[in-house]
Design a binder for this molecule. Structure first.
Ligand code: URA
Length: 273
C-alpha cells in the first residue's frame, strides 16, 4: 500500500496500524516484519471482504421507457413530457434542464445543474441536488461534500470526469439545502432517467436517500439497502451514504468504504469476493 492510498484510507475513516514483530535473536538474521493492518470495526478490508448475500432482485422501477406510465400523482401532460425527454440527445437535454419550469425549484436557482463528467463513463454517481456552491458554479459536488466525494472516488482509483459521471436527483437547488420533495424529484426524474439511458453506465452508485427514492422508488433506510445489488433497467445499482451525511457522521465512512469496495468488485465481476 503506498502512502497516497494510506492517506485516502485514513480520510475514509480507517485507522492504520503498523505491526512490528519482535526482533528475533540467535542464529537467525535480525529481521523486521512490517505488516499494514486496516482496523476499525466493522471494517472489512477489501482482500477479506464478506461475500455479498445473493439479493433477491429488488424492485427498481426501471429506467422509464418513452411513453411509460408515470405515478398517478403526476400532473396532466407528464407522460408526454417524459416521452419528449426520453428522446432527447445530450444537447437537447442540457437545454431542457436549463429552461425547465416543471417545479417550484426553478424559482430560486441561479442555474440548473445537469451533471458533470465523461459521457461514456462506466460509473454513474447520483446525489441529491445542488447546494449553494453548485448552484453558483453549475457543477455537482463542488463544495465540502464534493471534496469528500472526490476522495472517495480516488480511494477506489477513480477521478471525477474520467470514466465517471456525477449527477443529482434534482437539477435545481432546494432552498436552504433542504431535501427535495417527492414531487420535485418526480418532476426531475425523466431528466435523470434520460441521463442514464444516454450514458448506459456499467454501474450506478446512489448517494443517499433522495437518490434512492428517485431511482429505486424506495424509502427504506440506507442501512437496510446498502451492500445489496439492485437494478434500474439493465444497470446494476448500489446504495451508499451521502458524503454530506458522512461529514456529519464520521464513523459511517467505514461503511461507505465497504460499499465502494463492493461497487469496485461488482465492476470487476467478482461481487462476492
Ligand atoms: N450534494 C448533492 O447531493 N449534490 C451536489 O451536487 C452537492 C451536494
Amino acid at each position: 500500500m503506498n502512502e497516497a492510498h494510506q492517506i485516502l484510507l485514513q480520510e475514509m475513516g480507517y485507522t492504520l496500524w503498523q505491526l512490528r514483530q519482535p526482533q528475533v535473536t540467535g542464529d537467525m538474521p535480525e529481521q523486521e516484519c512490517r505488516e499494514t493492518v486496516v482496523l476499525e470495526s466493522p471494517v472489512v478490508p477489501v482482500a477479506v471482504a464478506q461475500p455479498v448475500p445473493e439479493v433477491p432482485a429488488p424492485v427498481a422501477p426501471a429506467v422509464v421507457p418513452a411513453g411509460a406510465a408515470e405515478p398517478a400523482a403526476m400532473p396532466p401532460g407528464t407522460d408526454a413530457r417524459a416521452a419528449r425527454i426520453a428522446r432527447m440527445d445530450w444537447d437537447e437535454l442540457a437545454r431542457a434542464v436549463q429552461e425547465c419550469r416543471a417545479c417550484e425549484l426553478c424559482k430560486q436557482r441561479q442555474q440548473a445543474v445537469l451533471g458533470v463528467g465523461d459521457r461514456q463513463a462506466d460509473w454513474l454517481f447520483v446525489g441529491e441536488g445542488p447546494g449553494a456552491e453548485e448552484d453558483a458554479r453549475g457543477e455537482p459536488f463542488v463544495g465540502q461534500a464534493g471534496k469528500l466525494l472526490d476522495a472517495m472516488l480516488a480511494a477506489i482509483g477513480l477521478r471525477r470526469g474520467e470514466n465517471v459521471y456525477i449527477a443529482n436527483a434534482v437539477k435545481c437547488r432546494p432552498e436552504g439545502n433542504r431535501t427535495p420533495h417527492a414531487d420535485e424529484m418526480a418532476a426531475c426524474r425523466p431528466f435523470l432517467m434520460r441521463q442514464v439511458e444516454l450514458l448506459q453506465p456499467r454501474i450506478m452508485v446512489l448517494l443517499g436517500k433522495a437518490a434512492v427514492h428517485s431511482v429505486l422508488g424506495e424509502d427504506k433506510s440506507l442501512a437496510s439497502m446498502r451492500q445489496k445489488l439492485f437494478r434500474a433497467g439493465e444497470v446494476p445499482v448500489l446504495v451508499t451514504y451521502h458524503p454530506a451525511y458522512l461529514l456529519r457522521n464520521l464513523p459511517e465512512k467505514a461503511k461507505a468504504w465497504e460499499d465502494l469496495c463492493l461497487a469496485r468488485r461488482q465492476m470487476q465481476g467478482r461481487p462476492g469476493n
